[in-house]
Design a protein around this ligand. Structure first.
Ligand code: HEC
Ligand code: HEC
Length: 289
């Protein structure tokens, strides 16, 4: 059953992220209902999993805004490269049904069948996101005065702010922002402008989808974010990415298991030399769906 598998992946990811983050800094996010996985209600034709090759051709219509490979050049258009197939397909069906309200995307999504949505999703999922760079600007006033916005964002991303009910973003979106195929979208490397726009909309209560297709998770997460938090998260996420020479989650787990307590005594170099390439260091490699 798909949900079981997704929850399994999420649990493994959460465990890995806890280990990667020296345990105590991570506040586990509240459990949520599994998000609906690409129930393509806009079109009753059952969609099978996508075909990336077919999707590459169909995605030509999207290139003007989202880029040929899904790395949109303009900050107001979201990058789709590296995004999960099921997430893309679900959003397209929500645009088509009006559940996610956007006049531009309503037009483009309306032309697509459920299978097109899957194929296009599969194509963009095979592309690599080209991350941006977090900007260096400083918070001008308040308790964080003199800190960089991205530092404010990083703290929230890693640990949340429990007193305000803000969960750690990485608990769902993963330590490098690659998300989990199924419910949790990739958010690392995304344009800051787009991220800020979405977080602002979530804070205002935006829920994408209706009834059983609704997913109100982010409206709850964002409810207590300040403008400063949103700017910090958006710029931090723009620069967040997986790096090719980072030890894999497996290597970190193995190092932690092999290390004599306390874990701090083990230098990172003690990890097995097995270095996973960027695209295998995350659950991206798990089957989509
Ligand atoms: C004229 C520019 C334009 C074109 C062409 C376009 N899009 Fe978009 N797309 C947008 C904008 C703007 C948004 C953000 C809308 C919003 O805020 O909900 C968006 C959002 C999306 C999202 C949601 C991304 C996310 O991270 O949630 C998906 C998926 C998407 N587009 C897919 C497509 C596909 C597939 C095509 C081609 C069939 C396409 N778009 C063509 C402008 C465009
Ligand atoms: C409990 C799980 C959970 C937590 C914690 C969480 N998110 Fe999300 N997030 C989601 C889900 C689920 C979606 C997809 C919503 C949908 O499909 O309607 C999402 C969507 C998003 C999006 C939209 C992505 C896009 O491409 O449009 C952004 C941005 C985002 N989250 C940022 C954050 C930030 C920043 C935090 C931390 C402050 C955070 N999330 C914490 C579950 C979570």
């Amino acid at each position: 059953m798909k949900f079981t598998r997704i929850l399994g992946v999420a649990a493994a990811l959460a465990a890995a992220s806890v280990m990667a983050q020296e345990a105590a800094t991570v506040t586990p996010a509240p459990e949520i209902q599994p998000a609906p996985v690409a129930t393509l209600e806009a079109d009753n034709t059952p969609a099978t999993f996508g075909d990336a090759a077919a999707g590459a051709t169909k995605a030509a219509a999207c290139a003007a805004c989202h880029g040929v490979d899904g790395n949109a050049a303009t900050p107001m258009y979201p990058k789709l490269a590296g995004q999960h197939e099921s997430y893309i397909a679900r959003q397209l069906s929500l645009y088509k049904s009006g559940g996610r309200d956007n006049a531009i995307m309503l037009g483009f999504a309306s032309a697509l069948s459920a299978q097109d949505m899957r194929d296009i999703g599969a194509y963009f999922a095979t592309q690599k996101v080209v991350p941006g760079t977090a900007d260096d600007s400083l918070v001008a006033s308040g308790p964080n005065q003199g800190r960089k916005f991205y530092q404010v964002g990083e703290k929230l991303f890693r640990a949340g702010q429990p007193a305000l009910g803000i969960p750690a973003c990485q608990a769902c979106h993963g330590p490098t922002g690659t998300g989990v195929p199924g419910p949790y979208p990739a958010i690392g490397g995304q344009h800051a402008d787009y991220t800020a726009l979405q977080l602002t909309a979530f804070r205002a209560g935006a829920v994408w989808g209706k009834d059983k297709n609704a997913n109100a998770v982010m409206a709850g997460v964002a409810a207590n974010l300040s403008d400063e938090d949103i700017q910090g998260l958006a710029t931090y996420l723009e620069g967040l990415h997986n790096v090719a020479d980072a030890p894999s989650a497996e290597a970190l787990a193995a190092a932690a298991a092999a290390a004599p307590a306390p874990a701090e005594a083990a230098p990172v170099e003690a990890a097995p030399a097995e270095i996973a390439p960027a695209d295998q260091a995350t659950p991206e490699a798990a089957p989509q769906g």
